[in-house]
Write a protein that binds this ligand. Structure first.
Ligand code: C2E
Ligand code: MG
Ligand code: MG
Length: 579
């Protein structure tokens, strides 16, 4: 500020300060302050809060030049965002401590507001020229950076939707607002397959497209969040009963009715949803979320798009937990057993292989199907222990059969995907068990499912190779029931393909089914793999398969799975009287 400018200011200065100081005096006493702060605004005012002087940074930050503010009351750039109580507290603090520091919103010359960090000192030296010195720093850039970082902690970077944290906070807020709402949790089907068979960019593209479509289905106050990889949640206020919830949920799920147009392709995506209501199902955020997830789990299990939570669901879950506990005990206390289903070589009219199938006779519930308890064992991590028990006992029974004179039989043993994926890469655990029992690994076939091929991991290929190098055979079980894994068949070391009984059920009557089966048989033959047809129940089916040179057949037509002693009787009978 030049002396000329200061003189000019003098004419505008209010009386309270004119009477005691000239602007030159203010400037002289505070020039250090005024020039020292290059980035922070400095302002000096009298006890009636009229401005005496400002520094150049003040002008840069607020847009007001010195001429416009000197002599004005500091209220000129109050933002209106701080209430009277705030200013009262500042005044009280200054009274006591002579210094106040804190954040404040001020107004720029052209009206917009900005955040500032303000330090106000009350002058105590005597004679004080000016009563207050205020120094403030513009916090706009810092706040923007903070809010950006803050957004990253509360918003999903991929879809820009609220993330799990913000969703959880909103759920708690919804619960405490005492107004009815529905919580809906939605999970995409087959997202894993998309990520493994395509690439992660496509996966990301799908998620963004889904987020966009779902957002388009929302009403004004609904909230949509991405709470996990392919899991979304909706908070829908105003839903008071199940009927309303169902109508709304169906309307949301309608967005999956037509294909998603991605950059290079069209994809049909489907999803499952679980729904729960506040306050009908629970008033607690945690319980509500767990209800919705249970309903979602149930929808997935039943392969339906939508499930509403109800008390029965919770009871089901409890009984599943109990069953899991029982299964753990059954494994521990050897309440499980194995049965064996013969696999026939119909060209040579003899049993050449056996499939080991596990059985559980529950003390209260009676026989429980492996179709029910194997998935339970997979979910609960019991499958590894169970699988090891099965391998050991199947090998032991094969040794017994050898001793009884059935020297050529091979044993086919089912392996769950999680079981296969958790053994070491050289499959030593399994090979050691087989060899320690005195068996040649050539007599063991491991049945795995298509889903294992779909994950297309090099580690799985390595395990298969290790088993094969040692002499074991690898079979693909239930072929054709999962995703079409035709291209994978070629790229994995596979010896045997077991065609699921679904393909055999309607032959020879249904012509379409016959064509499909013929196609699969030709394909497997042309890949040089052998073929086992499962679930053959009728003589017509057998004749049809015989005509197509299918050598290996398994099914109730020949035999149901048999307990060990019955198997021995059966094998003895058919070795002398082939069927
Ligand atoms: P899977 O491996 O495809 O086994 C064949 C299933 O089809 C067996 O059912 C068998 O009893 C049944 N089956 C065989 N022939 C016929 C037929 O002609 N008609 C009909 N309707 N069914 C027939 P099971 O024993 O209930 O086993 C079901 C599934 O449970 C098995 O399917 C397999 O995926 C799993 N499983 C069974 N035992 C084991 C095991 O020891 N370990 C593992 N990981 N899974 C097992
Ligand atoms: Mg099997
Ligand atoms: Mg099968």
């Amino acid at each position: 500020m030049t002396a000329d400018q200061l003189d000019a200011l003098q004419s505008k200065a209010p009386h309270s300060y004119l009477s005691s100081f000239s602007p030159l005096q203010v400037f002289q006493q505070h020039q250090n302050l005024i020039w020292q702060y290059q980035n922070d605004a400095v302002l000096i005012c009298d006890d009636a809060l009229h401005v005496l002087a400002v520094n150049p940074a003040f002008q840069r930050i607020t847009g007001f030049c010195a001429d416009e503010v000197v002599g004005q009351n500091v209220e000129l750039w109050r933002s209106g965002l701080m209430n009277k109580r705030f200013y009262r507290q500042v005044a009280q603090t200054l009274e006591k401590n002579t210094i106040w520091q804190g954040e404040i919103w001020n107004r720029l010359k052209y009206g917009s507001v900005f955040p500032a960090f303000l330090t106000v000192c009350k002058q105590t030296v005597s004679p004080a020229v000016g009563c207050f010195v205020a120094i403030f720093r513009d916090l706009t850039a810092q706040k923007e950076a903070e809010s950006h970082a803050h957004n990253h902690t509360r918003y999903d970077m991929l879809t820009d939707l609220p993330n799990r944290l913000l969703f959880a906070q909103s759920l708690t807020r919804f619960c405490s607002s005492e107004a009815p709402f529905a919580l809906m949790v939605l999970d995409l089907n087959d997202m894993k397959t998309i990520n493994t068979t395509m690439d992660h960019f496509t996966g990301d593209e799908v998620l963004c497209a889904v987020a966009h479509r779902l957002s388009g289905r929302l009403r004004g106050n609904d909230m949509l969040a991405r709470i996990g990889g392919d899991e979304f949640a909706l908070l829908v206020p105003g839903i008071v009963n199940r009927r309303q919830a169902e109508i709304y949920a169906k309307q949301v799920m309608g967005c999956f009715d037509w294909p998603f147009q991605l950059e290079n392709q069209q994809l049909y995506i489907s999803a499952a949803m679980g729904v729960t209501l506040w306050p009908a199902d629970s008033k607690e955020p945690d319980l509500l979320l767990s209800n919705a997830e249970q309903a979602l789990f149930e929808a997935k299990k039943l392969h339906v798009p939508l499930r509403l939570y109800n008390g029965e669901l919770r009871r089901n879950l409890q009984s599943r937990n109990r069953l899991q506990q029982d299964l753990a005990n059954a494994i521990k206390y050897h309440q499980l057993s194995l049965v064996y289903q013969p696999i026939w070589d119909i060209t040579h009219q003899r049993v050449v292989k056996l499939e080991a199938l596990v059985r559980w006779n529950h003390p209260e519930r009676g026989a429980i199907s492996p179709g029910e308890f194997i998935p339970l064992a997979e979910e609960s991590g019991l499958i590894q222990g169970l699988g090891q028990w099965i391998l050991l006992h199947a090998c032991a029974d094969l040794v017994r059969l050898r001793k009884l004179g059935f020297a050529e039989l091979q044993m086919s043993i089912n392996r769950s995907t999680p079981e296969f994926q958790t053994i070491d890469l050289d499959a030593k655990e399994w090979l050691t068990t087989i060899i320690d029992m005195g068996l040649d690994p050539k007599s063991i076939i491991f049945e795995i499912t298509e889903s294992l091929l779909m994950s297309n991991q090099e580690s799985n290929r390595q395990r298969m190779r290790a088993l094969r190098d040692a002499g074991c055979r690898i079979a693909i079980d239930d072929f054709g029931t999962g995703y079409s894994a035709l291209s994978y068949l070629r790229s994995f070391p596979i010896d045997v393909v077991k065609i699921d009984r679904a393909f055999v059920r309607s032959i020879p009557e249904e012509k379409q089914e016959c064509l499909l089966l013929d196609g699969i048989i030709n394909l497997v033959n042309s890949l040089g793999m052998s073929l086992i047809i499962e679930g053959v129940e009728t003589r017509d089916q057998l004749a049809y398969l015989q005509a197509r040179q299918c050598a290996f057949i398994q099914g109730y037509l020949f035999s149901k799975p048999l307990a060990f002693d019955d198997l021995v009787t059966y094998l003895q009978r058919v070795s002398t009287h082939p069927v």
